[in-house]
Design a protein around this ligand. Structure first.
Ligand code: GLU
Length: 470
C-alpha cells in the first residue's frame, strides 16, 4: 500500500477587521479536516495589505481561534515577512518566460476599460506587452509583472465541493503578480506560501473559486503540485440574502460577548454547510470523526439565530455548574465590571442548577443571578411594583412573621413554610409566591423562588421581604 500523504490544511485570514463568523467557519472546517486525518492545521496571517492590517485584528484572530478551541500546530506564518521569497518566485517566472514586464500606462488601461464597457463585455487586459521587448519601454513608467496565462484551452479545477469547474483560458487575463511598487500580489503570494507550507488541501470560501483557476496556472507554471481545493458556499442570511449584521454577520468576539459557549458555536458552525445525516447535535469529537469534504453542501447555508440559541441552551444545560458560573462571571466582569468576591461566587454557583434550565445564553444566566447583586432596599421594576399592592404588602407582612420562625433556612424548609402559609390563608401558592418574588428580586422573573430565598440567606431574604411589607 502506498503511504498516505500527510494532510496539511491552513486558515489564511487577512487581519483587516475582526475574525468574521464566516472566517470562523472556514477555520473550523480546515481544523476538522486536519484533525480527522491526523494531519496538521496551520495558521497564516495574510498581512500584506500594510495599510489595512492591524495588530488589533491579528490579536482578535488569535483570541477568536483560541476561544473557539481551534488550535493550530506550528508558529503562525506572517505572509508579509515572506515577501523576498515571493519576489524570488516572480523572478523565476520571468526567467522561464511565464511572466513578463508590462508598461501599459494608466491611460492605456483606462482606455481598455472604457472600450470594454462600451462594448458591454467584462474588461480584461489585452496582453499588449506579452511579446514586446522591454527595450520598447516608455521612459518613466515603472512596470508591473504579469503572469503569462495560457491563451488556449481551459483550466480545470477539481473542487471537492463544487465539482469540476472549467475556466476557458481566454477568460483569465494576464494577472499582475508584482505591482509597480515592487510588492507581490495576493494570488502569487498565496500560491508560494501554500506550496512552501506543504498545504495539501485548500478549504476556503467560494469567493475564491476563480482565484483557484488562476492559482492553478501559477502552480503549473512553477511545476508544483496543485493542492486539492474545496470551496465552501458563503453563509447567507435567514432570508437568503447576503448575511447582514443584524442577521449574524458579526465577529466571533461578538458571539462570545452575547454569551454563547464555544462548544455550541463549533456545533452550530459545523452544521453551516456540512452535515452528517440528520444529526443536529454532536460533540466536537464526533464532528472530527465524521467530517469530510464530500458532505459539504453545494448550496449556501442560512444563518439562523434561533437555532444557534436553542443549541446554546442545550450546551448550557449540559455544562458543569462551576464552569458555567466561572464563564458567566468572567464575561460580566469584562463587559459590565462586575465585582466578584468569594461569597458572590459561591452564591452564583448555587443558583446555576436552577438558572441553567431556562437560560439560552450566559447573559441570561447573568440575568438570573442578578437578584444576588441588587442592594436593599430594592428598586422594583414596573411589573413588580404593580404586583405589590396594599393587599400583597400586608400578606408579605404576615409571611415575614411566619418565615422568621424558620430556624433552618434551606430550600425545602422555606418551601414547606410558604406552602403551609398559603394553605392557611386559603390562597393558591402562586398568589403568595408572586409578591414574594417581586419583593426579594424586584422583578417578576427569576429562578425558582425557594432557591432564590435559600441562596440569599436568611437575613438578606427576610430583610428584603420586610422592606416591602406593610
Ligand atoms: N486571505 C484571504 C481572505 O481572507 C484568504 C486566502 C485563501 O484562503 O486563499 O479572504
Amino acid at each position: 500500500m502506498p503511504e498516505e500523504k500527510k494532510i496539511i490544511t491552513r486558515f489564511a485570514p487577512s487581519p483587516t477587521g475582526f475574525l468574521h463568523i464566516g472566517g470562523g467557519r472556514t477555520a473550523l472546517f480546515n481544523w476538522l479536516f486536519a484533525r480527522h486525518h491526523g494531519g496538521t492545521f496551520l495558521l497564516r496571517i495574510e498581512d500584506t495589505d500594510r495599510e489595512r492590517s492591524t495588530d488589533e485584528a491579528i490579536a482578535a484572530i488569535f483570541e477568536g481561534m483560541r476561544w473557539l478551541g481551534l488550535d493550530w500546530d506550528e508558529e503562525p506564518v506572517f505572509q508579509f515577512s515572506r515577501q523576498q521569497r515571493h519576489i524570488e518566485v516572480v523572478q523565476q517566472l520571468l526567467a522561464q518566460g511565464h511572466a513578463y514586464y508590462c508598461y501599459a500606462s494608466k491611460e492605456e488601461l483606462d482606455e481598455m476599460r472604457e472600450k470594454a464597457k462600451a462594448e458591454g463585455r467584462p474588461w480584461r487586459y489585452d496582453g499588449r506587452w506579452r511579446d514586446r521587448d522591454p527595450s520598447e519601454a516608455p521612459d518613466g513608467v515603472k512596470p508591473v509583472v504579469r503572469f503569462r496565462s495560457p491563451d488556449e484551452g481551459e483550466t480545470l479545477v477539481r473542487d471537492h465541493v463544487m465539482g469540476e469547474v472549467r475556466f476557458p483560458n481566454d477568460q483569465l487575463d494576464d494577472l499582475i503578480i508584482l505591482r509597480s511598487d515592487g510588492s507581490p500580489t495576493y494570488n502569487l503570494s498565496v500560491v508560494v506560501d501554500d506550496h512552501d507550507m506543504g498545504i495539501t488541501h485548500v478549504i476556503r470560501g467560494d469567493d475564491h473559486l476563480t482565484n483557484a483557476g488562476r492559482q492553478s496556472q501559477i502552480y503549473q507554471a512553477m511545476g508544483w503540485d496543485v493542492p486539492e481545493f474545496a470551496h465552501v458556499p458563503m453563509i447567507l442570511g435567514p432570508d437568503g440574502a447576503k448575511l447582514s449584521k443584524r442577521h449574524g454577520a458579526l465577529g466571533v468576539d461578538a458571539y462570545r460577548d452575547m454569551g454563547y459557549l464555544p462548544e455550541a458555536m463549533r456545533n452550530y458552525l459545523a452544521r453551516l454547510g456540512w452535515s452528517h445525516g440528520d444529526d443536529e447535535i454532536f460533540s466536537t469529537e464526533q464532528a472530527i470523526e465524521w467530517f469530510g469534504l464530500d458532505t459539504v453542501g453545494r448550496s449556501p447555508a442560512r444563518f439562523d439565530f434561533a437555532k444557534l440559541e436553542s443549541l446554546n441552551g442545550h450546551y448550557i444545560r449540559q455544562a458543569d455548574d462551576a464552569r458555567l458560573a466561572e464563564d458567566m462571571l468572567a464575561l460580566m466582569h469584562r463587559l459590565e465590571g462586575w465585582e466578584i468576591d468569594e461569597t458572590f461566587r459561591e452564591k452564583v454557583a448555587q443558583v446555576m442548577p436552577a438558572a441553567k434550565e431556562r437560560a439560552k445564553t450566559l447573559l441570561e444566566l447573568a440575568d438570573a443571578a442578578s437578584f444576588l447583586r441588587v442592594k436593599r432596599p430594592l428598586s422594583l421594576d414596573e411589573k413588580a411594583s404593580k404586583l405589590l399592592d396594599d393587599g400583597a404588602r400586608s400578606l408579605l407582612g404576615k409571611l415575614h412573621g411566619r418565615l422568621s420562625d424558620n430556624d433552618v433556612w434551606e430550600t425545602a424548609s422555606v418551601e414547606a413554610t410558604v406552602r403551609s402559609f398559603a394553605e392557611e390563608e386559603d390562597l393558591k401558592l402562586g398568589k403568595v409566591a408572586q409578591p414574594l418574588r417581586a419583593a426579594v428580586t424586584g422583578t417578576t422573573v427569576s429562578p425558582p423562588i425557594f432557591d432564590v430565598l435559600a441562596t440569599l440567606g436568611r437575613e438578606e431574604a427576610l430583610g428584603r421581604i420586610k422592606d416591602q411589607a406593610a
